[in-house]
Ligand binder design. Structure first.
Ligand code: HEM
Length: 576
């Protein structure tokens, strides 16, 4: 007993001394951060200015945009959110951080650092030359002209969505109209469209009415990215975290990546002319603008950037519409009066619908899928943002969620008022919306790293909303309304079920239905040798369906003696 005490006492003594020493260092550091740091004059709460920990807690909790919004309300639009970091909720931050012609404020490596040996993607590339090279190679796939060629692909999947929802509505109606959750369906359609545009093969989510397993895993990896970023603030913790990842998880990650690599491999080997995004990358490959590894990494992240974002805005917008039946009624009238048949709903016609476009702008304002723009680093020895000088290397970000809901920027800021975007309000000095700070609203960001998919996203949203509202009436489920502004954020918005009471089918008078099934053969797989070189096979070649085929069936079409294609029966309007 005696011996034990003698041995233990000094150990405790040492531990206590070390502990007190560490505490003293932390206290000294906190005091330095609050009062003597170069950012000490920037407004912000003491705790967040003293240590990175409150920021990390908020990030991991998924409440970061709400917590920061609350802090902006107290401290104003320029806010210190960590000892060495500042965030902005002011319109001029867009032009200061993302000047149109230069790429001086580079992406912060904390968020974009790559694992050793892994290639850069368009989105993760920090080096401006690498980024510009990749962006140039991809740009032709995102022009307005490219979109015209891609319209049949969009129409195909939006029709399939409508068809699937007809089936759902019938099922739900039979069991007394309990509602259903539409949120996954918006993911199904946007992922399928991107699958087709990016890899030449859909993820078949609509076909199977469920997530492709690859996509289900993807959501987890987006969430995990917040945790990895949090660990990066403490290199020792990052190192431990990386060492602790079990081999099974690493294998899962690898397999996930390899599935995309295989899809890309198949697409690069097609020798078919398709109006998709990859065709432009293939066309430019002689210039070596993109290495194979860079293509893999880019299309992997593009799958999320090009699908989850659009699905979020669609879900949020429809949610606001059902909660505002007067706005819904105005939109439904505009759509149903403009189109007397479902088939005449085209992208070109939709661009000219003022209320639809105003609704989408309002949806983007209140439901931004990227609620805060991740930090950029202040260049060189320092620069000025919103009139405040900041030392070089300071991470600076933009709070989209806060700004879009700020009453100083928008009249009736928290309310869903599409009218604010109509020329009748924006051009009338007597309108309360005339003074809205429309330059604060940059849903696709600005400058050299702005969204490449803006045209595509707007086209998808117009088409999905117009076709759904032409076809169905939507109502909220009393007591199950979703409060969008409360959704958590893990880099992207974490969606919850968006419930509707029922979907009622519409049969507008005078609508002419197509008479015959058509089969659209979508080449997804080349299963035989020799490879097709004739170029005869064209996108969306159609043949009449055989007597046993039903819409949605997978069919095999013998194209010639050497080749078999897999395709599926296109959405069939004769059953609407
Ligand atoms: C409503 C839907 C969408 C919204 C609101 C949106 C918004 C944004 C924003 C704010 C950024 C800048 C992020 C940053 O700088 O940190 C961005 C970047 C990007 N977006 Fe989108 N996006 C949408 C849909 C799409 C789609 C459909 C695609 C493509 C299929 C796409 C492709 C990209 C790409 C490639 C970038 C990175 C550009 C670069 O770094 O050069 N986005 N998007």
């Amino acid at each position: 007993m005696m011996i034990l005490t003698l041995e233990v006492l000094p150990t405790w003594g040492v531990l206590l001394t070390v502990g007190l020493g560490v505490l003293a260092c932390l206290a000294f550091r906190a005091i330095y951060n609050i009062y003597f740091h170069a950012l000490s004059k920037i407004p912000g709460p003491y705790l967040w200015s003293a240590s990175r920990l409150p920021f990390i807690y908020s990030l991991l909790n998924g409440t970061i945009v709400h917590d920061i919004q609350g802090l902006h309300q107290i401290y104003g639009p320029i806010l210190r959110i960590a000892p060495d970091e500042v965030t902005f909720a002011r319109a001029d931050a867009w032009t200061d951080i993302f000047p149109l012609r230069s790429d001086r404020f580079l992406k912060d490596p904390v968020w974009w650092k790559r694992q050793p040996g892994s290639p850069a993607s368009l989105i993760s590339a920090i080096n401006p030359e690498t980024h510009t090279r990749m962006r140039k190679a991809l740009a032709p796939g995102f022009t307005a002209r490219a979109l015209i060629a891609q319209e049949p692909i969009l129409q195909l999947y939006v029709n399939l969505l409508v068809e699937r929802l007809v089936e759902q509505a019938t099922k739900k109606y039979d069991i007394n109209g309990v509602g259903f959750d539409i949120a996954p369906w918006f993911n199904f359609v946007t992922f399928d469209i991107f699958g087709d545009l990016g890899f030449g093969e859909s993820f078949d989510c609509l076909q199977n009415s469920r997530y492709h397993p690859w996509i289900a895993l993807l959501f987890n990896s987006v969430k995990a990215a917040s945790f990895v970023a949090a660990a990066r603030f403490y290199p020792l913790i990052e190192l431990l975290l990386m060492k602790c990842i079990p081999p099974s998880l690493k294998k899962m990650q690898r397999d996930h990546y390899l599935q995309i690599v295989n899809k890309i491999e198949r697409r690069l080997n097609f020798e078919l002319e398709r109006p998709d995004i990859m065709s432009h990358v293939i066309a430019g490959r002689d210039n070596e603008a993109f290495s194979r590894e860079e293509i893999n990494a880019t299309f992997m992240v593009l799958t999320t950037a090009g699908s989850e974002t659009t699905a979020t805005v669609l879900g949020g917008t429809l949610n606001y519409l059902v909660l505002n039946p007067d706005k819904m009624a105005t939109l439904v009238s505009e759509i149903r009066e403009r189109f007397n048949s479902y088939e005449t709903i085209t992208l070109e016609a939709l661009r000219a619908l003022p209320y639809l476009n105003a609704v989408i702008s309002e949806g983007l304002r209140l439901c931004p899928p990227i609620p805060w723009i991740l930090p950029r680093r202040v260049p060189g020895t320092g620069d000025t943002v919103c009139g405040v000088w900041l030392p070089g290397g300071t991470p600076v970000s933009i709070q989209v969620h806060t700004m879009n809901r700020d009453p100083n920027c928008f009249h009736l800021a928290p309310s869903f008022v599409p009218e604010r975007w109509l020329p009748s309000e924006t051009d009338d000095p007597d309108s309360p919306f005339f003074h809205d700070q429309r330059n604060a609203f940059q849903p696709f960001s600005v400058g050299p790293r702005s969204c490449m998919g803006q045209n595509l996203a707007l086209a998808e949203m117009r088409l999905v909303l117009a076709k759904l509202l032409w076809r169905f009436d939507f109502q909220a489920v009393p007591g199950r309304e979703l409060k969008w502004e409360q959704l958590r954020t893990f880099l992207l918005v974490e969606k919850k079920p968006i419930m509707f009471d029922y979907i009622q089918q519409q049969h507008p008078p005078g609508h002419v239905f197509a008479a015959q099934h058509r089969v659209s053969i979508r080449p997804t797989e080349r299963s035989c040798y020799p490879p097709l070189r004739t170029g005869k096979w064209k996108w969306r070649d159609s043949v009449p369906a055989g007597p046993r085929e039903r819409k949605g069936d997978i069919v095999n079409e013998q194209h010639n003696t050497a080749l078999t294609f897999h395709g599926f029966v296109e959405a069939n309007s004769s059953e609407f």
